[in-house]
Design a protein around this ligand. Structure first.
Ligand code: ADP
Length: 550
């Protein structure tokens, strides 16, 4: 909200505030018959239209008013991707309150910490989270009531929770006669806490303006490329950075929406993709691993699936190749973070790339991509000086734009900007065409003999080996070099491979001194609440690991 000088001649256009309620209003008025299909926690498939969704969102907005929820109050959700959650996205933010999505995969203590920090007034939850809510409710100091997102017949006969309300009762008792209020577009709309892998979680507080601008920009052809002809299934949860904005950008375009509920295993996802003829989806690599394994093992093919956005952690090139070559699905690699609403870059080609040979095009598409309009990037050295865009020099990645945070909620962590730029904590290169490639998170970089080794490259190579299901590379102590890379590998079911074979697999693919010193085989990698491999856990597990003498 900078203070900029005013021209003596101001434009004469309407200055309607950019508000989230306008998105569902638009979807209702112009694409009202388009469907929203949900696999419910109750187990069945529910379907209705944008028009129905808007009606129930207005009823819920009235219900919130009746509960005494005021502008700026935080209202929390603990829920999977589904139609009731979507209604809350609009009812809460649209009425001027702040939608606070909480990740149910967090520890109950952490959930209570977040709810107290946010000072949530009400908490809405999916019925299968009742035991979880019972585990932490007593520790939430500000929550006045808990709303179970189901009909009366699913409500428990008794519960430890003091003020337990029923979602469908609230809807039924409320009129749909509701005018979305107009207010300053810079008002807070939603709140999302970072996963807090280091220290306590911090809140990113989005505004109506930032959300609407992010929705416009992220729907564009060289970003998510969503249109009214698409059928979109957001696999990325609505509690993970607002499902990357899809609950806003999809209704904005009028595309049909398909919600998978809690069933994120390969079999359930595949069934829903086929039944509903999904054309577009988005999620983190670990979820796609499950889907690809299911499809591969059962010799299945997709009949409608055309494109998926993969981000949240680096998409292994082997996964892109499998999607493209075996299933004819285009992968758009994207990068962003909670602090960026989340979208920063997407990777699509430009006209002058189209004459390049396929392997060169592929090498570009493996990068995290170009900034979408609204985001600006730069890389700097530890001295803060800007580094060249040559595709080789790597540095700390900084970003700015109208949907990037300027400070955390309640000013946690103080002033986070560096001369107006937000430091992402990622290390990256940028090429002359502006394509950014992440080499690592700065805290995951392997420091060997004063030089940096990017763990993502090493993991991507390992994951291209036919026997490797998943790989993570960490730095472990080395008496001479400080740290050397250790490759931690999960083999594909039934596949065999030796350490020596895997180490030889790096020959010719990477500078010799980057080659991992050793390989450790494990049954599974630790996965965090947002589906990412937890490197800090692996480092802890291997902290006393002795590398073989070389
Ligand atoms: P958290 O920081 O809570 O783990 P975020 O979802 O905000 O959750 O994570 C953002 C980080 O995820 C980025 O800073 C980056 O390190 C990583 N990331 C996101 N997308 C990609 C990608 N396509 N490639 C590599 N890393 C990615």
């Amino acid at each position: 909200m900078g203070n900029y000088p005013k021209s003596p001649v101001m434009g004469q256009m309407m200055s309607e505030p950019l508000l989230i309620s306008s998105i569902i209003e638009h979807a209702d008025r112009y694409c009202g018959a388009n469907e929203i299909v949900s696999r419910r926690v109750e187990g069945d498939i529910h379907r209705y239209t944008y028009r129905d969704c808007h009606k129930r969102a207005r009823q819920m907005a009235n219900a919130l008013g009746g509960l005494g929820v005021k502008m700026g109050d935080r209202v929390a959700t603990l829920a999977w991707n589904g139609y009731r959650h979507l209604e809350l996205y609009y009812a809460i933010s649209g009425s001027g309150a702040v939608m606070h999505t909480i990740n149910p995969r967090l520890h109950p203590e952490q959930i209570a910490y977040i709810a107290n920090h946010a000072e949530d007034q009400y908490l809405f939850f999916d019925l299968n989270f009742l035991p979880l809510v019972e585990a932490f409710a007593a520790h939430c100091k500000t929550v006045k009531g808990y709303v179970m997102m189901c009909a009366r017949d699913r409500m428990p006969a008794e519960s430890k929770i003091a003020n337990l309300l029923c979602y469908e009762d609230l809807i039924e008792a409320s009129s749909d006669n509701y005018e979305w209020p107009l207010f300053d577009e810079n008002s807070a709309s939603s709140l999302c806490y970072t996963s807090g892998t280091t220290g306590n979680p911090k809140g990113a507080l989005y505004s109506h303006r930032s959300t609407v601008l992010h929705s416009y920009a992220s729907a564009m052809p060289d970003a998510l490329n969503v249109s009214a002809r698409d059928v979109v299934l957001p696999v990325v949860p609505m509690f993970h950075v607002n499902a990357w904005g899809l609950p806003y950008s999809v209704p904005l375009t009028g595309a049909k929406m398909v919600f998978p509920g809690p069933a994120l295993d390969g079999k359930s996802l595949f069934e829903l993709f086929e039944q509903e003829q999904v054309t577009f989806s988005a999620g983190v690599p670990t979820v796609w691993l499950g889907l690809l394994t299911h499809v591969g093992q059962n010799n299945l093919t997709f009949s409608s699936f055309k494109r998926t956005v993969i981000g949240g952690s680096a998409c292994p090139p082997a996964m892109m190749k499998a999607f493209r070559e075996q299933y004819d699905v285009e992968v758009v690699h994207a990068w962003g973070m909670t602090e960026m609403s989340p979208l920063g870059t997407a990777c699509t080609l430009q006209a002058h790339h189209l004459t390049l040979p396929p392997e060169k095009q592929q090498a570009i598409l493996e990068k995290q991509g170009h900034a979408i309009f609204g985001v600006d990037m730069k890389i700097v050295g530890d001295d803060g000086k800007e580094l060249p865009w040559d595709g080789k020099t790597y540095g700390n990645l900084l970003v700015k734009g109208p949907w990037i945070i300027s400070s955390y909620f309640k000013n946690e962590g103080g002033d986070v900007l560096e001369e107006g730029w937000f430091p992402t904590g990622d290390v990256a290169t940028i090429d002359p065409d502006g394509y950014m490639q992440i080499t690592d998170r700065s805290k995951d970089v392997i420091k060997s003999g004063g030089e940096w080794i990017g763990s993502i490259d090493l993991e991507n190579i390992a994951m291209a080996h036919p026997a490797v299901q998943q790989a993570a590379c960490i730095g472990v102590f080395h008496p001479k070099w400080d740290e050397r890379p250790l490759l931690v590998v999960v083999k594909k079911p039934g596949a065999e491979v030796t350490k020596e074979e895997l180490i030889r697999f790096y020959d010719g693919k990477i500078a010799k001194w980057w080659t991992p010193d050793d390989v450790a085989f494990v049954d599974a990698l630790p996965i965090g609440a947002t589906g990412k491999v937890l490197k800090n856990r692996i480092r802890e597990q291997f902290k006393d690991y002795k590398l073989p003498a070389t």
